[in-house]
Design a protein around this ligand. Structure first.
Ligand SMILES: NC(=O)c1ccc[n+]([C@@H]2O[C@H](COP(=O)([O-])OP(=O)(O)OC[C@H]3O[C@@H](n4cnc5c(N)ncnc54)[C@H](OP(=O)(O)O)[C@@H]3O)[C@@H](O)[C@H]2O)c1
Length: 340
């Protein structure tokens, strides 16, 4: 990214799964930092985290620490963002928030840089990065919508343990080892045993039977695509995979699209890679996609149950494009636009 400007960056939640990726990606993409300050909870203050061949000492977080900081990336949960993001914005920093705290607020842009980068200009100090299943879905819907129009979407997710943070990722590993050793696995981080299982829940349910994660996917997708009425329904499922969220998506289009048409459109969509040759056993899996930056798409088929439907399978790394990479790309775009 050619720029002479160097920025003072802060990462809140720097010991977490997303925070660690943020630090790695800032270094990998050579984001122009003048300094990086790392914050975590009180129990981590004084410990150190690696950054670009050096170590950063974790600092205590309060409302006064943001003076002189240009960008604060929050990856410490919604409560922490609600508490401290306004103070950071007030101090003149641009906040890029990974939590759900600000995503649906009217004066907060919710941005996927490949889809709605211009929304960055509408920020009043806080920009939200969407949920880790919403980001890849919108990256696939937007190019299809631009070419064929999108009438209706039905999506089922297969979400990795790391999507719920370090606690569930570690618990999956512990449970797998316990079962292999013939012991009873312990369950604390979600509603049921995840190892050797599939959980169609674990998020807060609402009165209609949907849950918080499913409704985030609905509302956030509509906001990013600027289509408040888009008919969309979701079923979110936790699977015993460490990293990499998968989604099976039925997309009804206005104009009829063949599977080949969709392959062509998605093949040139920014940030999307098509891997689709089932006869050669080529389709994306989370194991293969973990650590990669793109949204991988395969199993592209015409829907047998409707005249204008496409069915696709997509996979993305929830910690990278689903979280940290998207946040860093927002910062890069904001810098290019002169917003910072
Ligand atoms: N995981 C994903 O795939 C994903 C995707 C999209 C968005 N997100 C969002 O990103 C955020 C972080 O998720 P994660 O998966 O990285 O969680 P995580 O692995 O559980 O890490 C949580 C981080 O927050 C810090 N923290 C907790 N309480 C704090 C406090 N009071 N003050 C300062 N720091 C505090 C923790 O520090 P300690 O180590 O000191 O406890 C840790 O660094 C969440 O809002 C999550 O919803 C996650």
């Amino acid at each position: 990214m050619p720029t002479s400007k160097r920025l003072n960056v802060a990462v809140v939640g720097a010991t977490g799964l997303v925070g660690q990726q943020l630090l790695q990606i800032l270094a990998q993409r050579k984001f122009p930092v003048a300094s990086v300050t790392a914050f975590a909870s009180e129990r981590s203050v004084g410990a150190r985290v690696p950054f670009n061949g050096e170590h950063l000492t974790l600092r205590h977080l309060d409302e006064t620490v943001f003076k002189g900081i240009d960008i604060v990336m929050f990856a410490a949960g919604a409560d922490v963002s609600l508490l401290y993001a306004p103070a950071a914005a007030e101090a003149g920093a641009l906040v890029i928030d990974k939590s759900s705290a600000w995503r649906m607020k009217a004066n907060v842009p919710l941005v996927v840089p490949e889809v709605n980068p211009e929304d960055i200009r509408d920020n009043e100090g806080i920009i939200a990065s969407p949920n880790c299943v919403t980001i890849p879905l919108t990256m696939v819907l937007e190019p299809l919508r631009a070419r064929f129009g999108v009438k209706r979407v039905v999506v089922s997710s297969y979400q990795a343990a790391s999507g719920a943070g370090r606690a569930l990722m570690d618990e999956l590993e512990d449970q797998t080892q316990a079962i292999a050793a013939g012991k009873e696995p312990s369950v604390a981080a979600t509603s049921h045993q995840l190892a050797y299982n599939v959980i169609p829940g674990g998020w807060k349910p609402d009165a209609d039977g949907y849950n918080e994660e499913e409704m985030k996917l609905v509302h956030e997708t509509r906001k990013i695509l600027h289509d408040a009425e888009l008919p969309i329904a979701a079923t979110c499922v936790r699977v015993p995979v460490p990293i990499g969220h998968s989604e099976s998506v039925l997309i009804e289009t206005n104009e009829k699209a063949s599977a080949d048409d969709a392959r062509l459109v998605l093949g040139s969509a920014p940030g999307v890679l098509v891997e689709d040759d089932p006869h050669a056993k080529i389709y994306p899996t989370p194991h293969h996609v973990a650590g990669k930056d793109e949204v991988y798409v395969g199993r592209i088929r015409e829907d047998l149950s409707s005249s204008h439907g496409l069915i696709i399978w997509l996979v993305s790394d929830n910690l990278r494009k689903g979280a940290a990479l998207n946040a860093v790309q927002i910062a890069e775009r904001a810098l290019e636009m002169g917003v910072i």
